[in-house]
Write a protein that binds this ligand. Structure first.
Ligand code: 9MR
Length: 377
């Protein structure tokens, strides 16, 4: 193609640049920059955990972030037993129903979190001391929730955090009163009540070899009983300098060899010092606040921010490498303001674990993650 003069040539360049831009970074449909869900649509779902106010769409900026960025949502708390099932035969579906309606309105997949967990149990359930009553609670809880939302939500975390760090079964009220087969039974009940919903086991640190071995054992028992389990959620509450990349990759491979989908279900990366120097997400462990443990109250230093970004890039590069096995990556919160890590393991700290800052403004980290699928292909 020949251009007769410089003006025509410059115009052709300008048109080519705007064509390139419109194809690379701006979606034609909405004329908005691509969000994460669009950028990762050929790789895996990108999710976020939502709190009550976010389900209510009270803040328009946050509401926009949710619909623009995420293809999956998990209730941070509203489907947990203490909220949704406060009395023997009393259920409070208000926020869970709203969450499901939100998912439907914006075509966002909902993951139910969680049916059987020893934490956040209602008072009446904590006080149960005979096996028959606990079995009644257990069956009634699973049947009621799983059947109510069958076909309306994509998946359930059927059992959450049932393992100790050494891979043995955690000594919960369910283990004590129902015996070790309670996990198989939970999946069996869920399968019956929710034939159209995927069923997952969810836990933290199951990328670590010992705990992973316990999870694999448990999954094999469920499968050997002829009961359906569709996937496993590795929570992903990690520390900025200590993300166990090798263990994560080995786990993706090991779990998918069992025929399961692999998900990262509660991803966040703390930048604050940890009093125990470990990657636990055990909500019962707490410590006192002081300046040493809360160093970034007025902002995070550039040096830390860069390590944080690099860590997220390395993680998402690993997830993309295994995009055939990884089906969803969910952040545990939309923005830093909401994160549980401001209050755990020490209350009242200022943490920076997510891709969106306290005002829901995307960080540089976000743009790096957004662009990664294009760069890696
Ligand atoms: O983020 C949740 C926080 O708001 C609750 O106070 C806390 C109470 O147990 O649970 C948090 O979510 C947990 C999740 O349900 C299971 N894995 C660990 C998460 C962080 O504690």
């Amino acid at each position: 193609m020949k251009y007769s003069n410089t003006i025509q040539f410059k115009m052709a360049i300008a048109i080519s640049i705007s064509f390139l831009l419109s194809n690379c970074t701006v979606s034609k449909r909405t004329n908005e920059p691509l969000g994460l869900k669009e950028s990762y649509k050929n790789s895996f779902l990108i999710g976020a955990a939502l709190n009550g106010a976010q389900i209510d769409e009270t803040d328009p900026i946050v509401a926009k972030t949710i619909t623009h960025e995420f293809s999956a949502i998990t209730p941070e708390n509203v489907m947990k037993a203490e909220i949704i099932h406060p009395g023997w035969d009393i259920y409070n579906f208000n926020y869970a129903d709203k969450l499901v309606a939100l998912g439907k309105k914006y075509q966002i997949a909902v993951n139910g979190h969680t049916l059987i967990w020893h934490s956040q149990l209602p008072e009446f359930a904590k006080r149960i001391n005979n096996s028959d009553s606990l079995r009644y609670y257990f069956e009634n809880h699973i049947k009621t929730l799983a059947s109510r939302y069958d076909g309306k939500i994509a998946s359930w975390d059927v059992v959450n955090e049932a393992l100790n760090e050494d891979g043995s079964l955690r000594n919960t009220i369910f283990l004590q009163k129902l015996g070790p087969n309670y996990i198989v039974e939970a999946f069996r009940l869920a399968q019956k009540a929710a034939p159209n919903t995927e069923l997952y086991y969810n836990d933290f640190n199951i990328e670590n070899p010992q705990k992973r071995a316990g999870a694999i054992d448990m999954i094999k028992k469920i499968q050997a009983a002829g009961v359906r389990i569709d996937g496993v959620g590795i929570q992903g509450h990690w520390q900025v300098n200590k993300v166990p990349f090798n263990n994560i990759e080995e786990s993706i491979i090991a779990f998918s060899k069992l025929g399961l989908k692999v998900m990262f279900t509660e991803l966040d990366i703390t930048v604050l010092p940890n009093p125990w120097d470990s990657n636990t997400a055990d909500v019962n462990m707490k410590a006192e606040n002081n300046a040493y443990f809360n160093p970034y109250t007025s902002g995070i230093p550039d040096s830390i921010q860069q390590i944080f970004t690099k860590t997220y890039i390395d993680l998402f590069a690993l997830f993309l490498k295994h995009k055939k096995e990884v089906t969803r990556v969910t952040f545990w919160g939309v923005n830093d303001h909401q994160s549980w890590l401001n209050d755990w393991p020490i209350k009242g700290r200022t943490n920076y674990p997510l891709l969106f800052d306290r005002n829901s403004k995307p960080k540089d980290t976000y743009y790096n993650i957004l662009d990664l699928p294009k760069q890696i292909q």
